[in-house]
Ligand binder design. Structure first.
Ligand SMILES: [Zn+2]
Length: 242
């Protein structure tokens, strides 16, 4: 029951192009599947998934929706404070979209000043999933390539258009973004990828997706249990030094 639970999982993603072969909802579908599965196993609360995030860099592709980082931060912060009002003072933003990360990290710090403890979990930066990725795929996984396509094949296979793999691969970039002399240029996806994808979705398999999902799920499960049991003084800011 809501009033008895200590930890909430907040799935958050985006509605954005993922090449011609993956659904616009890819990032919140993956976040939601992980959060719901861990909530079922731990008893933690799972809030509704937040489907729109910081995605203006995909704007030239049909169907992409976005909000500004300011709007996103405010909205996600207030979801945190409303959970706090119900006495749920510990939460995990289960993030499915890289563009949301700086904002989520920022509000987690701001929430801590209010006595609320928020963490950010992302399946593709989870060390266990990242390690597995190295052994399963030739290319390092980023946007709409073999890795992400495998994840969607594992959770929503009916939404993957395998007949568009070729088209996705043909216009794909080798990396996500453009770097010059160590500086990341503030470019849009269309500046470096014609299909909207990075790397090759033809590497994707259901089996690889299931393994990745399981690895990330186990990490999120352990994180949730840790957060549930952590002592307050492990989470709270230290008092000022003498
Ligand atoms: Zn994605």
């Amino acid at each position: 029951m809501f009033r008895d639970e200590k930890v909430a999982l907040i799935p958050v993603g985006s509605t954005e192009q993922h090449g011609p072969h993956l659904p616009l909802g890819t990032d919140f579908f993956t976040a939601q599947a992980l959060a719901e599965s861990v909530a079922r196993k731990t008893g933690a609360i799972c809030t509704p998934a937040i489907p729109v995030g910081v995605s203006s860099h995909h704007k030239q592709f049909w169907g992409t929706l976005w909000v500004s980082p300011q709007t996103f931060r405010q909205y996600m912060y207030e979801i945190g404070t409303s959970l706090g009002y119900h006495g749920v003072r510990r939460m995990i933003y289960v993030n499915g979209h890289g563009g949301n990360f700086p904002s989520l990290q920022e509000i987690s710090r701001a929430l801590r000043l209010e006595g609320l403890h928020a963490l950010v979990f992302q399946w593709w930066t989870d060390p266990a999933a990242a390690e597995l990725e190295k052994s399963l795929f030739k290319g390092k996984g980023t946007h709409a390539g073999g890795v992400e396509t495998s994840m969607v094949l594992a959770i929503r296979p009916e939404l993957v258009d395998t007949s568009s793999y070729e088209e996705a691969a043909k216009g794909a970039s080798a990396t996500f973004g453009i770097t010059k002399f160590g500086a990341q240029l503030p470019v849009d996806t269309l500046d470096f990828s014609q299909s909207g994808a990075t790397l090759d979705p033809r590497e994707a398999t259901v089996e690889a997706g299931k393994q990745l999902f399981q690895a990330a799920e186990e990490s999120l499960l352990n994180l949730t249990r840790w957060l549930e049991k952590a002592k307050d003084d492990e989470l709270e800011p230290k008092p000022h030094k003498d």
